[in-house]
Design a binder for this molecule. Structure first.
Ligand code: ASP
Length: 366
């Protein structure tokens, strides 16, 4: 009996050691797999990150993959499983980075990069098309320590717009660059660019054609139809140093026109982080999020009214936004790492990883 239990103990110890080794290997592989893709060509203006905070399980990460009319009855089991896997993979990558002591800023950037590379989401590859048949991408990142921020809009050749947003924050004197200027900056920073065709997916192209047709028949406004609007990605995190960060990336709304810019790259609308109160990333019909200053308002309500993060997020989504007839949702965390999801659509792809405890949800909360 004794020798059996000691054999078990040895086995458990060995498997724990192997697990730690495997996790380290996974993280190194994930970071290096993403790094060349996002930061090449080889000279790499931006160095891959290295841990700067205490390691351990004192971290929180929350992510979203867009809000909209996401109903169980409209989704096959296979499709649902694919989304769950993508969300889980993103949570695992970000969680492991945070556990190893990487900053929240690096974690939200790498999580968003991974989701930009996943064609299921409306960001990077798989982004929606404008009415002119182009993929025009928006992204923003914000550092809760000093409220420094970087944003880009309407870029068409940058493989990972969130990498460019980070470079705007770290390497330029500005907060937001758009269009050709942003592309020129990407080139100067040697950030990976691709041919615009890289972003193409048939599913998104067909959605755009359908929407353009519908708009001709029944003159609709810029506001998207529920079936085509979801898939924006975002992440918020608190790291082992206690710092908050937020990042959001999107292709915007299907069949958008005239250089339309959404809320994702507007600091205070779709993205915001302030170490003292909150980090927020939003998804939904951006026009309303800009008009309501959603992300900043959630933080301000905590600052001025002392609301909890779920009270303030719920008020802004379920009262302010809903009264304006806006639709969408947010992920938000506070300075203690409490996280919340709030949305007024039937579903939101979402998940969290709090010190290794992960959760993935898609449909309306029961
Ligand atoms: N908020 C994004 C935008 O308006 C779209 C979305 O989240 O689905 O550009």
């Amino acid at each position: 009996m004794n020798s059996l239990s000691s054999t078990f103990e040895t086995l458990i110890r060995t498997s724990r050691k192997m697990e730690t080794k495997m996790r380290k290997l996974f993280l190194t592989a994930a970071v290096t797999a993403l790094t060349p893709l996002a930061l090449a060509p080889a000279a790499m203006a931006a160095k891959p990150p290295s841990p700067s905070c205490p390691s351990g399980d004192d971290y929180t990460l929350a992510i979203h993959g867009g809000a909209g009319v996401i109903l169980k009855e409209n989704m096959t089991d296979k499709r649902e499983a694919e989304y769950r896997k993508s969300l889980n993979d993103a949570l695992t990558l970000g969680g492991q980075m945070l556990e190893e002591g990487y900053s929240s800023l690096d974690a939200v950037q790498y999580v968003v990069m991974a989701m930009e590379n996943d064609p299921k989401f409306n960001a990077g590859k798989g982004a929606v098309f404008s009415a002119a048949g182009k993929n025009e991408l928006d992204a923003a990142i914000m550092d809760g320590r000093d409220r420094n921020a970087g944003a880009v809009s309407s870029v068409t050749t940058v493989k990972n717009p969130i990498v460019l947003a980070r470079a705007v924050m770290d390497k330029s004197r500005h907060v937001m660059l758009q269009g050709q200027g942003a592309e020129d900056f990407a080139k100067a920073q040697r950030i990976k660019t691709v041919k615009p065709g890289y972003f193409y997916t048939k599913r998104r192209y067909d959605q755009m054609r359908k929407k353009v047709k519908a708009n001709k028949i029944k003159k609709q406004s810029y506001i998207d139809t529920p079936e085509t609007k979801y898939g924006t990605v975002g992440a918020v995190a608190k790291d082992g140093c206690g710092d908050l960060a937020a990042a959001t990336s999107t292709g915007g709304l299907t069949a958008k026109e005239f250089g339309r810019v959404g809320d994702a790259p507007i600091i205070g609308a779709g993205t915001y982080a302030d170490n003292r109160y909150c980090a927020v990333s939003a998804t939904g019909t951006g026009e309303f999020f800009i008009r309501a200053g959603v992300a900043r308002d959630i933080c301000s309500r905590r600052e001025y009214l002392g609301e909890t993060i779920s009270e303030s997020a719920n008020h802004v989504i379920h009262t302010t936004l809903t009264e304006m007839k806006g639709d969408g949702g947010v992920i938000a965390i506070d300075e203690e790492g409490n996280y919340t999801f709030s949305f007024n659509t039937p579903g939101m792809y979402r998940g969290a990883n709090k010190g290794g405890k992960t959760l993935v949800e898609i449909f309306e909360a029961k």
